[in-house]
Design a protein around this ligand. Structure first.
Ligand code: SAM
Length: 245
């Protein structure tokens, strides 16, 4: 199974190991690459996500696939010392970079780091007021299982925010974006991180991820209600929001 760019789609049984390898490999340079590859725009996408979260002081937030902790740091300020934020990620290299970064920023006290798989969240039912997964869902092997797991651990009245690459709104933007992600991105990965393969995977995973309407349907299927999405940067990224009642 190959795309028109000739890259092989990773078979499901090999995906877990391949994703682990990618994030062990990119962890140390993840933040700088994020800034360079997005021209810093990922900061705006994340800021908008926080503004849509409705999180208040004293609440409990799960940032799953939280990696180096950008959203966690912002939530930590919002919930204050009476609240709690859990930064969870399957990959211990990413989690270590995240933990060190948060400590350097002085984000301590109300943040806990947990190694966890989004498909089998190790928390009791009805625990969190808000769950975020930013640029993480496309890396998860069984996305419906992960969404169901998030639904289970959300409190009634709680909300899930999924920030993820999506389908550009116009053919023209789609073509430019394909050229960027399949040609420039692996090249930058090679030059800056000496790792073109990981950045090829990144481009491929973006291409294979469900589009806006498909993801909305997947969220509804596992029980999320009032599911909506907002396109950002012409649909290159979308923010899906759903509630548990
Ligand atoms: N959320 C961060 C951000 O927006 O900068 C990090 C995003 S990074 C592109 C994707 C993260 O998803 C990685 O840290 C990876 O380890 C994590 N991940 C991949 N599969 C996962 C899974 N099944 N469960 C939890 N985390 C996972």
């Amino acid at each position: 199974n190959t795309t028109h760019f000739g890259f092989k789609e990773i078979p499901t049984d090999q995906k877990v190991d391949a994703v682990a390898q990618v994030f062990h490999s990119v962890a140390a340079k993840y933040d700088i690459m994020n800034d360079l590859m997005s021209g810093g725009i990922h900061r705006l996408w994340k800021r908008h996500t926080i503004s849509q979260s409705g999180v208040r002081a004293g609440q409990k937030v799960l940032d799953i696939a939280g990696g180096t902790g950008d959203l966690t740091a912002k939530f930590s300020r919002l919930v204050g010392q009476s609240g709690q934020v859990i930064l969870a990620d399957i990959n211990d290299s990413m989690l270590k970079v995240g933990r060190d970064k948060l400590a350097n920023m002085g984000v301590v006290g109300n943040v806990q780091c947990v190694q966890a798989n989004a498909e089998e969240l190790p928390f009791p039912d009805n625990t969190f007021d808000c769950i975020t997964i930013a640029f993480g869902l496309r890396n998860v092997t069984d996305k419906s299982k992960a969404l169901a797991s998030m639904q289970r651990v959300l409190k009634p009245g709680g909300r899930l925010l999924v920030l993820e690459f999506s389908k550009p709104e116009t053919e023209c933007l789609s073509t430019i974006y394909d050229q960027y992600s399949f040609r420039l991105l692996p090249f930058m990965g090679k030059i800056i991180a000496n790792d073109s393969e990981s950045y090829r995977y990144l481009a491929e995973s973006i291409r294979m991820h469900p589009d806006q309407e498909t993801l909305k349907g997947m969220m509804e299927e596992v029980g999320f209600e009032r599911v909506t999405y907002q396109n950002m940067t012409g649909g290159i990224v979308a923010l899906h929001k759903g509630f548990k009642f």
